[in-house]
Design a protein around this ligand. Structure first.
Ligand SMILES: *Cc1c(COP(=O)(O)O)cnc(C)c1O
Length: 355
């Protein structure tokens, strides 16, 4: 399939100053759009000037949330090259999300071509400062017009791009997290392991409660027993106990993060014993009390690594590593960002150079 390209007006294509970037607030001049119709399949891929879209008020996505997304980044390297980080892992995950939500999959090579073409067209919008990047948001949603609950016969696949600033503008600050016992984000058999809109809508209330209590993120426990740690906010979570690095095993309700996988591979490369297993909140709390929990961090594309300095459980705060960023946490952050910005050899073949 050929992507038809309609360019934005030259005055709209000039990149602004990237001084104070707030996550996901500004967008590049172009976007990718492709339609799906039952019987015709995916067709008419286009890159067009960024604009609002029109939807029928009964579009299925607005009522029943048949929608999926991905989040990845393009980095401007120290060598002037533009790199994507594990793009095919993101595209393959988009297709796994599609399968779970009864959305038609996309051809991975074509999706990559679409991302590449769009990023290169708007490459002046990739901020150059280390730590900043161009956030890439591919998403697919149901557009058929009906109030009946059913699998849509029509979809839009879109890609939009947003320049984002360094996550840690004021240094690498550990976050304080709040264990919610009242709410769960996902349960066995549900949709926790895919990136679909409803998961995030369901998490807002707990996030609001945590924020009211002065915490930045929610620590989610499993939906069945409310005993085992699952994720933190929309990141995966790691614990560095005295003799082992551990992260919750993928249970079906945990999102299989690509950063999570990168940390696991890196740990093994660095000779650090790492385990995917069940981790109960009681184990975490006793490890903190006995001084055995050395470090704790979240992982995700947005922040890469987010150190955790305090956990609040049953309304009691527990401080980890004096509330400071741990050595191993910092090491993972430096190593992975080093690869993303082309400062370090990519021995894992994680990056794809676009230009
Ligand atoms: C996207 C996401 C993650 C992190 O995945 P990455 O591939 O590392 O960006 C973790 N948890 C949830 C709920 C997510 O949506």
């Amino acid at each position: 399939m050929e992507i038809e390209i309609h360019l934005a007006k030259p005055e709209d294509r000039k990149a602004p100053n990237f001084d104070k970037l707030v996550f996901g607030k500004i967008f590049t001049p172009h976007m990718f759009v492709m339609k799906y119709e039952e019987g015709k399949g995916w067709h008419s891929p286009k890159i067009i000037p960024f604009s609002n879209i029109e939807l029928h008020p009964a579009a299925i996505v607005l009522h029943y949330s048949q929608t999926i997304f991905e989040g990845m980044k393009a980095y401007f390297g120290v060598d002037g090259k533009i790199r994507l980080f594990r793009p095919f892992d993101h595209i393959n995950r988009l297709n796994r999300s599609a399968d779970r939500m009864c959305i038609p999959q996309v051809d991975p090579n074509f999706a990559f071509e679409a991302i590449k073409t769009l990023v290169l067209l708007d490459k002046d919008w990739i901020p150059k400062q280390k730590g900043s990047a161009l956030y890439i948001r591919p998403f697919i949603f149901a557009t058929e017009n009906t109030l009946g609950v059913k699998v849509s016969h029509e979809y839009l696949f879109m890609i939009i791009l947003s320049p984002v600033g360094p996550y840690y503008a004021e240094g690498f600050n550990p976050v304080k997290i709040y264990v919610t016992e009242e709410y769960v984000r996902a349960c066995p058999g549900g949709t926790g392991e895919v990136k679909t809109g409803g998961n995030y809508a369901a998490s807002l209330k707990a996030q609001a409660v945590a924020q009211q209590k002065g915490y930045t993120q929610v620590l989610w426990l499993d939906g069945k027993e409310r005993k085992y740690v699952e994720e933190v906010g929309s990141m995966n979570i790691f614990f560095y106990f005295s003799d082992e690095l551990a992260t919750p095993a993928l249970s079906g309700s945990i999102l299989p993060g690509i950063t999570r996988d990168s940390v696991l591979k890196l740990a093994s490369h660095l000779g650090i014993p790492a385990k995917e297993r069940k981790i109960s909140i009681d184990e975490v709390i006793s490890a903190i009390q006995e001084g055995r929990l050395k470090e704790c961090f979240g992982t995700g594309t947005a922040a890469v690594i987010s150190p955790v300095g305090e956990i609040c459980y049953k309304d009691k705060p527990y401080v980890i590593g004096q509330g400071q960023t741990g050595e191993l946490t910092k090491k993972f952050f430096d190593y992975i960002t080093g690869i993303q910005y082309g400062e370090r050899e990519d021995e894992f073949n994680w990056t794809v150079v676009l230009e």
